[in-house]
Design a protein around this ligand. Structure first.
Ligand code: ZN
Length: 250
């Protein structure tokens, strides 16, 4: 999330009604176009409380479209079972790992890879990935995701997977890379679930949702620029001047 974009956007956007489903201010909402996806492998998205980019965030959208998904906002939880409200074996769950391991450095042609604690390729890739019941994604900036990692010791008990996406995120220049692998939460969810379930359409459909969200965002940038400022542009004018001018011209 860009700091420079925040002050103007937050002030104006908060006065606008938000969608109860996706949490976005209504001009950004694309809920009507979301068709549910029945995923077999469960998805758990843990969102850092300070990740409040309502307009460009994708965690809620992903959890909304996937029928077998949970979205929680918080900093720490005692265990995976406590979050899910039932007993689960963390070894049957994988977390998208944040360390320095890169798929490109490993001897594999997969793009979803299970690694061990040393960051090396797990020997039984196929078996580990096949037996997974669920996947945990951390939603937030790089440092927010890291904070979640350090505050939740149970994550060490989960399997670790990393992604090596062939293409960069659809975010393009709208946002700085939210994760080390450069993908948005919804793109990461699509990639992981599509590979684990061997259903490419999961990724296609989630990416299509993300694309519609970005198209909607760019439309709002044109029609209501005060709601969707360009992230890198910094306005050094005094707030009162800026505000006056904005309202006069709109
Ligand atoms: Zn909505």
């Amino acid at each position: 999330m860009s700091k420079s974009a925040k002050p103007v956007a937050a002030g104006v956007a908060e006065e606008i009604e938000e969608c109860p489903r996706c949490g976005k201010p209504l001009p950004f909402c694309i809920c009507d176009s979301i068709a549910p996806i029945d995923n077999r492998i469960e998805l758990l998205i843990l969102q850092h409380p300070q990740e409040q980019d309502r307009t460009l965030g994708t965690a809620r959208l992903a959890a909304q479209q996937l029928t077998n998904a949970t979205h929680k906002v918080g900093l720490s939880w005692p265990s995976l079972s406590k979050i899910l409200g039932r007993e689960v074996d963390p070894q049957q769950w994988a977390i998208l790992y944040l360390g320095s391991a890169k798929v490109a450095d490993l001897a594999t042609d997969r793009d979803v890879v299970a690694i061990d604690r040393k960051g090396e390729l797990e020997e039984h890739q196929r078996g580990i990935l096949r037996d997974l019941e669920g996947v945990v994604l951390l939603d937030g900036t790089w440092s927010q995701a890291k904070a979640l990692w350090w505050r939740n010791a149970w994550m060490l008990k989960c399997r670790r997977i990393i992604l090596g996406p062939a293409k960069p995120s659809l975010y393009g220049k709208l946002r700085k890379e939210p994760r080390r692998d450069g993908l948005s939460t919804i793109e990461a969810a699509g990639m992981v679930l599509a590979r684990l379930e061997n259903r490419p359409e999961i990724e296609t459909q989630l990416n299509a949702t993300f694309q519609r969200m970005l198209t909607q965002y760019r439309d709002v940038q044109t029609t209501m620029p005060e709601l969707a400022p360009k992230p890198k542009k910094r306005d050094y004018r005094r707030p009162e001047n800026r505000r006056g001018k904005k309202y006069a011209s709109s």
